[in-house]
Design a binder for this molecule. Structure first.
Ligand code: SF4
Length: 403
């Protein structure tokens, strides 16, 4: 196992990919990143560029996403002559986990090393009959929320559609037979709506019955509140929306979320009111709670007033303490009291169970796995041992299936 850039055979050795004049991601040699193509774009490429048929294009697309071909040579449903032609003009991007950390609570954190040496993380959370993958959309993040480690990195770059959609593909390949990812949440590294085009293409692949075939009812995109992009998301994809609100008034939000300077809390709530929700759907409002900051009964009252009239689900998240931050979660009784205040006044409100805290996989903790793993010598183990390491910290096995 190598810790350096690891494209598949015939793949691109760098990530300086750009969109060509037809909107496709190509490498420096002009080769198309096949896994960044939605089904429609893939078929157009096969028919227009290779002179092949639509039926054969569809078989090839399924081979990539459902049979898990990791190279053009593995696309065995494609005729040999076409594969040779393909190698000249395209490549298959294959994301591989560099490291998998297992929490005591069964949560798994995947560290993906990208072609250009950057790293991103995904977190797989078993919970009853649900198996949720929390995915990343950017390397780092530009939003600089005060409580989030990913924000410390700044934005390095956007992930391509292939780099986003390969996260559930590759995690799914490691699961035991009969076990599937049931839910996707875009709450990992990055602000998904800051990378809207690539996100929409990746999720189009995730929802496609010729590709990952996930239900749109089980996909949730979380945002800090990029107001224009929220409307655009609703126009392009029928997925669930979560809004990271975290404050009960403007000044409070401004203190912890710099995006508030650009899009005020009022504008955000107005955008939520306009968000076209199918009947029976609600917007999830995530509310990270900090000791002595946003945890009083007055806060609960103001939050309830703010959200009045919006089909709402409030998700309270006690802050996950971090040595790099001078912030603490409230005592749990205060979180319960906050929930009680809302619930007894008819607001749907739950408290999120913290998962994966021991491996820094909990909310706001992503982005330090690489340094953490290096410090603990886990990377060396992972490199020495073919596959993944054999210690209890570096998992070589699939996660415990949900019970
Ligand atoms: S909470 Fe989300 S949007 Fe804010 S800095 Fe972290 S990753 Fe970015």
């Amino acid at each position: 196992m190598s810790a350096t850039a690891r494209p598949e055979a015939g793949g691109s050795a760098h990530a300086a990919l750009r969109r060509d004049d037809r909107g496709r991601f190509v490498d420096a040699q002009g080769r198309v990143d096949l896994k960044s193509l939605t089904r429609d774009a893939f078929v157009r490429f096969f028919v227009d560029d290779l002179g092949d048929s639509e039926a054969r294009a569809l078989r090839a697309y399924k081979c990539l996403w459902q049979d898990g071909a990791r190279s053009i040579d593995e696309m065995t449903t494609v005729a040999r002559a076409t594969r040779e032609k393909l190698k000249q003009v395209a490549y298959v991007y294959a994301l591989e986990p560099e490291l998998v950390l297992r929490s005591d609570d069964g949560t798994l954190k995947y560290l993906w090393k990208l072609e250009d040496g950057h790293a991103v993380e995904s977190v797989l959370i078993p919970d009853g009959d649900r198996l949720t993958l929390c995915m990343s959309s950017q390397v780092g993040c530009a939003m600089a929320c005060a409580f989030c480690l990913t924000g410390d990195l700044g934005l390095k770059r956007h992930l391509r559609p292939s780099e986003i959609a390969c996260q559930p593909l590759q995690v799914g390949r490691q699961l035991p037979a009969g076990v599937r990812i049931t839910n996707l949440v875009l709450m990992g590294m990055g602000e998904p709506l800051h990378n809207l085009d690539n996100l929409v293409e990746a999720l189009t692949i995730a929802l496609d019955d010729h590709a990952l075939n996930l239900s749109h009812r089980k996909v949730t995109v979380s945002t800090v509140g990029l107001v224009p992009q929220m409307a655009e998301l609703a126009r392009r994809l029928p997925v669930n929306l979560a809004v990271s609100v975290n404050a009960s008034n403007e000044a409070q939000r401004l203190a912890i979320m710099p995006i508030t300077k650009k899009h005020s809390l009022e504008a955000l709530i107005e955008a939520c009111r306009r968000f076209p929700l199918p009947s029976g759907k609600r917007i999830t409002f995530e509310y990270v709670m900090f000791d002595g900051f946003n945890d009083t009964e007055d806060d609960a009252q103001r939050l309830m007033d703010l959200l009045a009239g919006i089909p709402t689900k409030v998700n309270l998240i006690p802050y996950n303490p971090n040595p790099d931050r001078d912030l603490q979660p409230p005592p749990f009784e205060r979180v319960k009291a906050f929930q009680h205040y809302l619930v007894t006044r008819g607001v749907n409100c739950s408290i999120r169970t913290t998962r994966g805290q021991d491996i820094s996989a909990a909310c706001g903790q992503l982005g330090k796995a690489w340094a953490q793993a290096n410090a603990k010598g886990w990377l060396e183990d992972a490199r020495r041992i073919a596959g993944y390491g054999s210690t209890s910290d570096v998992s070589d096995t699939a996660p415990t299936p949900p019970v």
